[in-house]
Design a protein around this ligand. Structure first.
Ligand code: FES
Ligand SMILES: [Fe+2]
Length: 369
């Protein structure tokens, strides 16, 4: 949604292969999705000890759970006997032990192997050598991030930018509504579309009424977090169907933040939109080169939810409409990009953030051309 303060410097759109080729998709798996901090959900989806959800990513399946120490951890959903997937229910509450269906090896919630029937017949077998593998998890402001790498990048350094938004009390927010969409397009088209408002006058008359497409700025122009604020029109107080807030402002939000919405791409798969009265977050999941799942959550503060002055409907309807408009055009982009007629096109000055996104993407991908 953001307008550039920098120039697009004659940059062009990505080559076709980045949107259609399996080789590129596989390279993204290796160099981006198996290496970077990936946004996978909210802490409030795991309120109690033993609560879990499965996070599936390419060939990987992770059991993300709140353990007995009230910590969120991720265990690989892969039995250490012969590799069988342990859990197939996408979410729920774990029993004391996770027992494999195949030969009944049982694992505690910390991943340790507690029982392996008849394995005492095997000389030298030691249960402590067969714990479930774990993956790195960090939580920040109530958001859960997963990293599958053995040596993850420094999380605090990477997310330092977002620490300035403490007024939004994001760690306390509750998910009051969630919609899962699927779009027939490459995941990068969703990210790119979010990062410019050149398309707003033609595609989003409702949005463009509230925040004019040129009333934007970019305050993060390099690195894995990119974006900035858009100014609300004089008569409007939030992005809703009426243009008015659903409730009082969140936490300590005040001053300029009452008149703007901050939009950030958190590379590679999170879109974070901070409104005066709520926070919207999109989680992007790749399904294939040309298919993408987007989970959109609306987050509100419990104090506002409990107040008599709260109705989230306008925010939900507004973004559901905007999302649908965005996925529709992203699907149409995919169709055109897949054509033999597609050539790299020039980015407008209003799309300079896309030029930067492409640079960051290629850096992560380990490709310069
Ligand atoms: S594969 Fe899990 S117990 Fe044998
Ligand atoms: Fe849009």
């Amino acid at each position: 949604m953001t307008k550039p303060t920098r120039s697009s410097d004659g940059a062009k759109t990505l080559e076709q292969k980045y949107y259609v080729c399996q080789d590129i998709y596989d390279l993204e798996t290796e160099n981006i999705f198996n290496q970077q901090w990936i946004y996978i959900g909210r802490c409030d989806s795991l309120p109690e000890e033993g609560d879990y959800f499965l996070h599936e990513q390419n060939t990987e399946s992770l059991i993300v759970l709140r353990n007995v120490e009230n910590k969120i951890v991720a265990l690989h959903n892969c039995c250490t006997h012969r590799g069988t997937k342990l859990i197939t229910e996408t979410k729920g509450k774990l029993k004391k032990h996770i027992t494999c269906l195949y030969h009944a090896w049982s694992f505690a919630q910390d991943g340790s192997l507690v029982s392996a029937p008849h394995m005492n017949e095997c000389e030298g077998f030691n249960k402590s050598n067969h714990s479930l593998a774990s993956a790195h998890i960090k939580t920040f402001e109530g958001f859960i991030f997963l990293n599958l790498s053995d040596k993850p990048a420094d999380f605090d350094e990477q997310f330092a930018t977002l620490t300035r938004y403490g007024d939004y009390k994001m760690s306390e927010l509750k998910t009051v509504h969630s919609i899962t969409y699927e779009a027939e397009c490459n995941w990068k088209l969703v990210v790119q579309n979010y990062s410019e408002c050149y398309h707003c006058p033609s595609l989003h008359p409702q949005l463009n009424r509230l925040t004019a497409f040129r009333d934007t700025d970019n305050d993060e122009e390099t690195g894995p977090i990119l974006g900035g604020p858009m100014q609300l029109g004089e008569k409007f107080t939030s992005m809703t169907t009426s243009g008015q807030r659903c409730c009082d402002p969140i936490g300590n939000v005040s001053g300029d933040d009452l008149k703007q919405v901050h939009y950030y791409v958190v590379m590679p798969n999170m879109l974070l939109s901070l409104h005066p009265d709520y926070v919207l977050v999109h989680q992007i999941q790749r399904i294939s080169t040309t298919r993408t799942r987007v989970i959109c959550d609306w987050l509100f503060h419990p104090t506002n939810i409990k107040s008599g002055n709260y109705d989230p409907k306008g925010a939900i309807e507004f973004w559901n409409l905007t999302n649908s408009q965005d996925w529709l055009i992203s699907e149409r982009s995919q169709l055109g990009i897949s054509s033999r007629a597609y050539k790299q096109g020039p980015y407008a000055e209003l799309e300079s953030m896309l030029a930067q996104l492409d640079i960051e993407y290629k850096k992560m991908l380990g490709k310069t051309t």
